[in-house]
Design a protein around this ligand. Structure first.
Ligand code: 13P
Length: 256
């Protein structure tokens, strides 16, 4: 497999947290704290939909990219309550998270829907952050790699080499999300290497060497350096710790 230098990417998934004034205050604080880090790490924030436009204005010229947390696969129409990918592109989003385990578990997202959302994101000129990960029961039944492989295959169905090389995948074991129990660095590395191996089998070594794979699940300032130090861990998708500028900035620094 071609070895490529992959720029690390640390993204904060705020989930359903922060009012618009709180969101503005958080990025103001964060901007100050990551300003000196240069461009060695790509930093992304994924606020709730309603904060995207105000943050787009506030982040003009800042080294912080915007992501949305989900999108519908149709570009417009009678889909009450949904938001389309072109609408998000218009608000300056560079990324859209798709297939987060909360969407899969609480809102019934299937592999096929994740694939359709990713296609809509790509068609609108943005990059999907595609989340995969096993539940505790699946890990205990030794199903981890099979589950993750099924999810990655499903999400990437119909995409070509040109698309996938630029994608971001996020390995988020469900049992590690919001529990304070992160995967060990070795557990993360094992799955990340398996995902990269799968991308090589599905596409080629060049693509596998370029695709970035984030780890998510209880990433904190005190475990970030070890997780991010693994050869196939190209960044972090951070939930709870991304809601505090100091903690998130410390994780970003651990990626430099
Ligand atoms: O779900 C996550 C990021 O998408 C991880 O959440 P926590 O960092 O709160 O465990």
């Amino acid at each position: 497999m071609a070895t490529a230098r992959r720029r690390k990417i640390v993204a904060g998934n705020w989930k359903m947290n922060k009012s618009v004034p709180e969101a503005l205050a958080l990025v103001r604080d964060l901007r100050g704290q990551v300003a000196s880090l240069g461009d060695t790490v790509e930093v992304v924030v994924a606020p709730p939909f309603v904060a995207l436009q105000p943050l787009h204005v506030a982040l003009e010229g800042a080294p912080l990219a915007l992501a949305a947390q989900n999108c519908h696969w149709e570009s417009s129409g009678a889909f009450t309550g949904e938001i389309s990918a072109p609408m998000l592109a218009e608000l300056g989003c560079a990324y859209v998270i798709v297939g987060h385990s909360e969407r899969r578990q609480l809102f019934g997202d299937t592999d096929e829907q994740v694939n359709k959302r990713a296609k809509a994101v790509r068609a609108a000129g943005m990059t999907p952050i595609i989340c995969v990960g096993e539940t505790l029961a699946e890990r205990e039944a030794n199903q981890t790699l099979a589950v993750v492989e099924r999810q990655v295959r499903g999400a990437l169905e119909g995409f070509g080499v040109k698309d996938v090389a630029g994608f971001v995948l996020a390995y988020e074991p469900v049992w590690a999300i919001g529990t304070g129990r992160n995967a060990t660095a070795a557990q993360a590395q094992e799955v990340h290497a398996a995902i990269r191996g799968l991308v090589e089998r599905l596409y080629d070594g060049e693509t596998a060497g370029r695709v970035r794979i984030q780890y998510g699940g209880s990433v904190k300032p005190d475990n970030a350096a070890e997780l991010l130090g693994q050869p196939d861990v190209d960044g972090a998708l951070v939930g709870g710790a991304s809601l505090k500028a100091g903690d998130f900035a410390a994780i970003v620094k651990a990626a430099t």
